[in-house]
Design a protein around this ligand. Structure first.
Ligand code: NAD
Ligand code: ZN
Ligand code: ZN
Length: 390
């Protein structure tokens, strides 16, 4: 089959790779109908996330059709149209039973790398480097889905592929930030980053009853999109004094909940992959710092943005003296997906407007260039493998 493979820092190409096959009894094979780009991929492609290997298949948001099931798969049959959670989780370990699916103890078959980097291995992930298990991703014609009963969710007939594809990661990530960030009716919520993830966090905050939601970004077209599609207020990061405006707009207090959906800022080309950086190297985290500085006393900051190692300029003093709760996580998607798909079915959540471009999988390298450069109003590019487009 054909798949989008990482070749080296900044280099991706569509290559022929072996078809996936059932390895464990709980696996399913899914024929991909649509897969989407994600901000995480930009960092993976740059080689700024540990242990990418040439040949790794990218892509962690995808919708497809089940074409084969292992003998222990109970909830899915051949022919089901499913969206697959980007986080791979067993559903049975202590962490999964607490709803902390992104912390699954069983789904990373190479835990040593993550243990070395972070002290313990989190859940595996599709197309997310050897550190998260080396699982082939969804920018492919077919994908092997481990723990299919836990990670694949049937898409209601009323929900299009373009709507459902963002349920794989962006929508549950945004929802998790609003939920675990503690958004309550009447709250003021500020969101840094107006990509798909930030906009879905903003929409989640609206649905959870926030009185005001303020989105912050540097791109006018994305800010415009957020105003039009979710009716939020916006601040331009380059032109406004974000901290001052947020304070002024909240009677001097600051937002109750701040969501960071930016992550590692882009770095000039020629940077070394993280694994090769000198010990103690740090990543910039300006937006995390800004969120903590802006947050009201006793408020909370939820970090969704991707960081791989150490960060600099982290204002621990402000967090401590203002009693700010700071949390961060990869999304525990299995916890939210059924309810999100219901909201999508009812039309409460219609994120398909974020899929601004569609291309055949064969043109995925061009799609990633468009996405990286944010050209032509690009927020997400979705790829259709030739197998489904005929
Ligand atoms: N925690 C999770 O489970 C999870 C899931 C998906 C994505 N992510 C991460 O969330 C982040 C956002 O993902 P995305 O797909 O929306 O990415 P994206 O690259 O499409 O969007 C990031 C946005 O941040 C904006 N930005 C850059 N610098 C900024 C600044 N200083 N202030 C405000 N905005 C700024 C960019 O203009 C862009 O619109 C990424 O780091 C991604 O890796 C995390
Ligand atoms: Zn992602
Ligand atoms: Zn588990």
């Amino acid at each position: 089959m054909r798949a989008l493979c990482w070749q080296g820092p900044g280099e991706v190409a569509v290559e022929r790779v072996p078809d996936p096959r059932i390895v464990n009894a709980q696996d399913a094979i899914v024929r991909v109908r649509l897969s989407a780009t994600c901000g995480c991929d930009l960092r993976l492609i740059e080689g700024r996330y540990p242990a990418m290997q040439p040949g790794d298949v990218l892509g962690h948001e995808f919708v497809g059709e089940v074409v084969e099931v292992g003998p222990e798969v109970r909830r899915h049959c051949v022919g089901d149209r499913v969206v697959v959670c980007a986080t791979i989780s067993c559903g049975r370990c202590w962490y999964c039973r607490q709803g902390l699916y992104a912390c699954c103890d069983n789904s990373d078959p190479n835990p040593e790398l993550a243990e070395m980097a972070w002290g313990a291995a989190p859940a595996g992930g599709f197309g997310y480097s050897q550190t998260l298990g080396g699982f082939a991703g969804g920018h492919a014609e077919y994908v092997r889905v481990p723990y299919a009963d836990q990670g694949a969710f049937r898409v209601p007939d009323e929900v299009s592929d373009g709507r459902a594809v963002l349920a794989a990661e962006s929508a549950p990530a945004g929802w998790m930030a609003a939920d675990l960030g503690g958004v309550r009716p009447g709250d003021v919520v500020a969101v840094w980053g107006c990509g798909a993830v930030g906009q879905l966090a903003a929409r989640a905050a609206v649905l959870l009853g926030a009185e005001r939601v303020i989105c912050v970004d540097r791109l006018d077209d994305r800010l415009g999109l957020a105003r039009r599609e979710i009716g939020v207020e916006t601040l331009h990061h380059g032109r406004a004094d974000v901290g001052a405006e947020l304070r002024e707009g909240t009677g001097g207090r600051g937002p109750d909940v701040c969501v960071e959906a930016v992550g590692m800022a882009a770095q000039p080309s020629g940077s070394r992959p993280l694994g090769q950086r000198p010990r103690g190297a740090v990543e910039p985290s300006a937006t995390v710092g800004e969120a903590i500085q802006a947050c009201r006393k006793g408020g909370s900051v939820y970090v969704l943005g991707l960081f791989a190692g150490f960060v600099d300029t982290y204002p621990l003093g402000a967090a401590l003296h203002k009693a700010v709760t700071v949390r961060a996580a990869r999304q525990h998607g299995q916890r939210y997906l059924p309810a999100l798909l219901e909201r999508m079915r009812h039309g409460e959540l219609r994120p398909e407007y974020l899929v601004t471009h569609r291309l055949p999988l064969a043109e995925a390298p061009r799609g990633y260039a468009l996405f990286r450069e944010r050209r032509d109003g690009c927020v997400r590019v979705a790829f259709t493998p030739d197998a489904t487009t005929g």
